[in-house]
Design a protein around this ligand. Structure first.
Ligand code: 4NP
Length: 158
């Protein structure tokens, strides 16, 4: 089974949104996968996603309310095939914890699927308004569309 992990700071906005969006797209494509998300700051560990993230997802029929925030751990390198970081702080922390080249090869910036090699960040919407969450949703939706294509190609699923 394909295993994909999204990583952000608090694990209550960007990465749970990406998780919910990709899960929905893969199930629509009949692709079985294990998808999860996590973060690097402990402030919200055990919490459900931010209410604004829940709202913009639910408006598109995606329920992310059952997710609970957790921290990235070194075991995640064994548990996942692809690890997508939302910005450079997460990317650098994950790479800093990598034990070998195999671990490193699993890690990329989320937006590099849309803008290869540009290492662009998904802006943190937490300090902003609902529109920022909507913008993040649309950006992640676009990126996840390409992640689905990449998975289908990499795993020769269709
Ligand atoms: P996220 O947003 O990384 O997209 O989940 C944040 C949520 C909470 C905090 C920072 C970013 N915080 O500092 O509590």
């Amino acid at each position: 089974m394909i295993k994909i992990l999204f990583v952000c700071t608090g694990n209550i906005c960007r990465s749970p949104l990406a998780e919910g969006i990709l899960r929905e797209k893969l199930s629509r494509n009949d692709v079985t996968a294990h998808i999860d998300s996590c973060g690097f700051e402990s402030f919200h560990v055990g919490d459900p996603p931010d209410i604004r993230a829940q709202k913009v997802a639910l408006e598109r029929g995606i329920d992310i309310s059952l997710h609970r925030a957790r921290l990235f751990t070194i075991r995640d390198f064994e548990r996942f095939d692809y690890i997508y970081a939302m910005d450079s702080s997460h990317f650098n922390k994950i790479i800093g914890m990598a034990r070998n080249e195999t671990d490193k090869s699993k890690v990329d910036y989320m937006l590099n699927v849309l803008y290869p090699g540009q290492n662009r960040s998904v802006i943190d919407p937490w300090y902003h308004d609902l529109k920022a969450f909507d913008d993040v949703y649309r950006q992640l939706d676009e990126a996840c569309e390409l992640v689905v294509k990449k998975i289908i190609a990499d795993f020769q699923l269709k």
